[in-house]
Design a binder for this molecule. Structure first.
Ligand SMILES: Nc1nc2c(c(=O)[nH]1)N[C@H]1C(S)=C(S)[C@@H](COP(=O)(O)O)O[C@H]1N2
Ligand SMILES: [Mo]
Length: 177
């Protein structure tokens, strides 16, 4: 059998590769590919899709979330609508009758570039979890710029990987009963 003991430059190269899985390259830290701007949000609950316009979002109660962006190393302040408020308005209100369903549901949030992430519904529900999760429409009082018109932002993330730029769809899925 081949001797696979890892020493010298090979071991170093492998270690560097492994650490870059969880670290970021300088390029990734400061740039990202431009993608199509988000213009509205589709929310799907129990197979029913609703389209939420920017005007509708602007008319809902606004919430500001202060976060630290681990990539840019900056403190950022995003304003938008609590995702739980949106789910409540478009088919999933958390309450006594839906508590179990909440515990058994997740949501997939997707950007125009098809990048998508999962949250459990419990994680985005302020009565159940500390994180503040919003569909942001502005940053530090300014438009989101390259991040589109809509960006999913959550506090309590150690990295911005579950923030979704150019957010365009949210699908809520209940697993089992
Ligand atoms: N739409 C979209 N959102 C995305 C991504 C992406 O590729 N597309 N990348 C994610 C990842 S992995 C990270 S680390 C952060 C980086 O965001 P930034 O480039 O704005 O710092 O955005 C997240 N949101
Ligand atoms: Mo990332």
């Amino acid at each position: 059998m081949m001797n696979l003991r890892l020493t010298g430059p090979l071991a170093l190269a492998l270690l560097a590769g492994a650490s870059s899985l969880h670290g970021q390259t300088m390029q990734e830290m400061h740039t990202h590919a431009k993608s199509a701007p988000s213009t509205e949000l589709q929310i799907t609950v129990d197979g029913k899709t609703s389209t939420v316009t920017l005007a509708e979002l602007a008319a809902m109660p606004q919430k500001t979330v202060k976060v630290h962006n681990e990539h840019t190393k900056k403190d950022e302040s995003y304003t938008g609508v609590a995702l739980a408020d949106l789910l409540a308005k478009y088919g999933f209100a958390v309450g006594m009758p839906t508590h179990r369903k909440m515990l058994h549901s997740y949501l997939a949030a997707e950007g125009t570039d098809k990048y998508w992430v999962l949250y459990s519904v419990t994680e985005i529900e302020p009565s159940e979890h500390d994180a503040e999760v919003i569909v942001a429409t502005s940053i530090d009082g300014q438009p989101l710029g390259d991040d589109g018109q809509l960006k999913l932002v959550a506090s309590a993330e150690k990295r911005p990987q579950r923030w979704v730029r150019n957010l365009t769809a949210i699908r809520l899925v209940t697993v089992g009963e």
